[in-house]
Each structure stands twice: as C-alpha cells, then as structure tokens.
Ligand binder design. Structure first.
Ligand SMILES: NC(=O)C1=CN([C@@H]2O[C@H](COP(=O)(O)OP(=O)(O)OC[C@H]3O[C@@H](n4cnc5c(N)ncnc54)[C@H](OP(=O)(O)O)[C@@H]3O)[C@@H](O)[C@H]2O)[C@@H](O)CC1
Ligand SMILES: [K+]
Length: 451
C-alpha cells in the first residue's frame, strides 16, 4: 500500500489529494449509514487521523452535528492540513457519543500495542451500542497480519482505503469487521499485494465434450471408506466427467455411477486418461498408506493431497516429484504438522503458508474461516463462507471439488479458487446444520449459480 501511494505521489498526485479521495470516499459511506444522525469521529496522530478530519469536515458541510475526539495533535504535515481544514470543534478528551462513531485512531501505521487514552476510547467504543465504522482497518489491529494490538470492538462496517490489507481477510479480526467495503483511490498497483478472490465464471461443457474431456478424477482410498466416498460425490457434482475410486475394499454403499478399481494402484493410475488424483481422505497413516500416497505422487498427474496424507508428506515423499502440480489442503493443525515436516517456522498462518510454498513449490490452500491460497502469483484471500462448514467431512467435500476442477484445466490456484467458491455456495444452499453428505449433494446446484 505504501509503495502504491509512493508511486502515485511520484507521478504527481499529492498526499493531500490522496487523503481527500480517501476521506471524501469514506464520508460518502458514513453519510449513507448515518442518514442525518449525530456522528463522532475519533482521530489519531497519523494520516488515519487525517482521514478522520476530512470525513468530519465533509459531514459538517452536509449539515451533521459532528464531534471530533483527538487525544494527540496531528504528527504529519498532511494530517495537520486536514485538521486545519476542519471548521468544527476538536476535543482532546471525552467519550465517543452519537448514533454513528467513526474510528480513525490508527491505520496501517499502528506500530505497537494501543494503550492509555487510545485504548480507553476503543474500550468505550466496544461497550457502546452505536453504529461503529472502522476507517481502513480497526485501530487495534496490525494490518499485515491481523494480530490484535489493542481492544477490538465489534464494528458494523469497515472501509478499506485504496486496497484490501491482509488483515481484512484474516482471523480473528476478520470476524470483528462487520461488512467490508473498498473505497477506491485510483492507485496503480505496486508489488506483492493481497488479492481477494473474484467470483469465478464457470462454463457448461462444450458441445463436443465427452466424459474424459471433462476430466477423469481418480480418488485413492485407504482404510476408511466414508471419507473418499464424500470426495467422489463432490467431484462428480463439481463437473468431472468420470470419477474412479481406487480402493482395495468393497464399498456396498457406493453409488452405481462410481467405478471402483482394485488391485495394482500404480498400474491403475498409469491410465493416461486420468487427469487428476486425490489422495488423503480416509487414507490412514500406515506404511501402506504412505505407499499409496507415493504411488499417487509418482503418477505425475496433478494431485490434491488432503487429510491423512498431509501427515505423511515430507522431503523424501516429494523427492523428484513436480510439486507445481500438487495442491495441499491443510486446516490449522495439518498446516502446523506440514510446517514441522518441512522445517518451516513463522508466527502467523499467512507466513506459514507462504514459506511452505517457497520451500516445497506446492500450492497451499490453508483452510479455515480465513482460507488463504498461496501458489503461483500473489496470495489469494476469500471472504468468509458459512460457519456451518465447520462439520466433519466438509474438507473431504472440498478436496473432491478441487480435484474435479483441477481435472478440467490443470491450474492449481484457479482450481482452489473455484472450489472454495463452490464449497461456500453449496453451504449457503444447504442452510443450517447440514451434514457433509448434504453438502456434497448440493455442489451441482452450487455450480449452476456460477454458469
Ligand atoms: N500515505 C498516504 O498517502 C495515505 C494514507 N492514508 C491513511 O493513512 C493511514 C496510514 O497513516 P500513517 O502511516 O500516518 O499511520 P497511522 O495508522 O495513522 O498511525 C501512525 C501514527 O500513530 C502513531 N502510533 C502508532 N502506533 C501507536 C500506538 N500503539 N500508540 C500511539 N501511537 C501510535 C505513530 O507514531 P510513531 O510510531 O511515529 O511514534 C504515528 O504518529 C492509512 O491507514 C490511511 O488511513 C490515506 O489518507 C490515503 C493516503
Ligand atoms: K482505523
């Protein structure tokens, strides 16, 4: 964000102009929700506070009763200019009062724990029943990592300025931001920025399609039959033309359309019509399971590695394998296990996923309420899906969807993005307290909504 702002300034746009765009753009939203009711703006010493004075002046000109509380005088030239342009009163003390309170204490310049008067204001805000708006990011939050450095009220609305910051899509702060909106500043993009996954557009199979062209997914099963069946169901409903279950067990509950292949796994996986392989759900963690994982990876096909298989992955297992074709789908505990196996250390989820990708070359879909995908290109973030997705078998369904999308086009990051959207949409269609089986059977209806 700083680089983008610097580039805009080097190209002739002043910092003041950027602050006006930010403040006026945000004021527009504040005006819409305040709808004439009294507003209070909390201003910090940096440019986030500067935005606050611009917002306050914009509201004042619209006829609002606006109060401003600023515990410290502005510390930057641009914030001082914003302060001098505000024609209303500024108090250094007081309580946030008014139907709407706008929090401009700190933005991405927050550098240490919030204490003293600033912490007091955020605590009062937290216990108030006003409508709470955070400008850029909630003021007690480190914008790169989402780490809380101070009190974190439950906001109703967060207005990101110019671009999304990583904290907008990371837990636990993501859950405290309320609705999120982006105020455009018309900045050029610069450097490695956070990318929010855009709603994908999927297409129906072409007129001359046949089952292999749509993709043949091989699901490698192990000791436990239930999980891979969920993955198969999801893969069939996520657009794959053909799904085979590679299993040495009998599956009396398997649907008639699922082909089950037994015996020599490596031989079966050498079928050149297979376009992706999923291994992990129900695999177990025995030596035999490890052998099946190796067979899946050695097939050279694009491969989704999930669940038990994540505990078996290490440097030896991926030795000589083209890891750019591998997608791993760890939840928090599995991510920690993978980091241990590959000697990766980092103190937050995003950095763990990034480093794991750098060390292994695999695409990492780090699951959770704040799912992140790190593969080729910049990290991809997602808006939260239904919290009902926290149910056993939900990951098996997601893995099956990824395998189906991967079978269709072979692009790991794209497959992950499409799958997360389909998974969220299937959850939305399934309502409350659904089972993983119901989730899997909603995937084709979800797909229909992206055509
Ligand atoms: N640059 C641009 O072009 C544009 C930027 N824009 C806006 O600027 C925001 C970034 O502004 P910023 O860099 O001035 O940082 P900001 O978040 O206001 O805070 C820094 C100040 O707080 C202080 N401080 C830090 N931690 C503290 C603590 N715990 N407790 C107490 N004090 C603490 C710190 O003091 P210091 O650490 O230097 O002692 C410094 O004085 C950005 O989020 C967006 O809203 C938009 O207007 C668009 C144009
Ligand atoms: K803020």
């Amino acid at each position: 964000m700083r680089a983008a702002e610097r580039a805009a300034m080097d190209a002739g746009t002043s910092e003041w102009e950027l602050m006006l765009r930010a403040g006026e753009g945000a004021a527009h939203y504040v005006h819409r929700v305040a709808a004439g009711r009294g507003a209070c703006v909390l201003c910090g010493p940096g440019n986030n506070g500067g935005d606050g004075y611009v917002i306050a002046e914009s509201l004042r000109r619209r006829g609002y009763a606006v109060s401003v509380i600023a515990p410290l005088e502005p510390a930057t030239d641009t914030a001082r200019k914003a302060r001098s342009e505000f024609r209303g009163e500024v108090a250094s003390d007081g309580s946030p009062e008014g139907a709407v309170v706008v929090d401009c204490l700190f933005g991405y310049g927050l550098a240490r724990r919030v204490e003293g008067k600033f912490a007091g204001l955020l605590e009062e805000l937290a216990s108030s029943d006003c409508f709470k708006i955070a400008i850029d990011v909630p003021s007690g939050v480190e914008s790169d990592t989402g780490k809380a450095l101070g009190p974190l009220p439950d906001y109703d609305l967060t207005l990101a300025l110019g671009a999304w910051k990583q904290a907008h899509f990371l837990m636990p702060v993501m859950a405290a931001m309320g609705s999120k909106r982006l105020v455009p500043l018309n900045l050029p993009h610069a450097g490695r920025v956070a990318r929010l996954s855009a709603r994908p557009r999927l297409s129906a199979p072409p007129k001359d399609s046949h089952k292999y062209r749509r993709g043949l997914v091989a699901v490698v099963a192990g000791d436990m039959p239930g999980a891979p069946l969920l993955s198969c169901e999801a893969a069939m409903r996520a657009g794959a033309g053909y799904v085979k279950l590679m299993s040495d067990h009998s599956h009396p509950d398997a649907p008639a359309e699922l082909v089950i292949e037994q015996a020599d796994l490596s031989e079966n996986l050498s079928d050149e019509r297979i376009s992706s392989v999923l291994v992990g759900p129900g695999l177990g963690r025995s030596d035999e399971a490890r052998g099946r994982l190796c067979a899946a990876l050695e097939s050279g096909k694009p491969c989704v590695v999930d669940a038990d298989a994540l505990h078996l992955l290490d440097h030896d297992v991926i030795e000589g394998v083209d890891t750019s074709r591998i997608v791993v789908t760890p939840h928090e505990g599995e991510l920690a296990a993978l980091c241990k196996s590959f000697d990766v250390e980092a103190d937050n989820k995003l950095d763990r996923a990034r480093k794991l990708h750098d060390v292994t070359g695999m695409t990492i879909l780090a699951k959770g309420p704040d799912t992140i995908c790190v593969g080729e290109g910049s990290a991809v973030f997602f808006d939260a899906g239904s919290s009902w997705l926290s149910v056993a078998g939900s990951g098996d369904v997601l893995a099956g969807i990824i395998a189906a999308r991967l079978a269709g086009h072979g692009e790991p990051v794209r497959a992950c993005e499409e799958a997360v959207w389909l998974h969220h949409e299937a959850a939305r269609l399934s309502g409350a307290a659904f089972t993983a089986g119901e989730l899997a059977s909603s995937v084709n209806r979800a797909l229909e909504n992206f055509l």
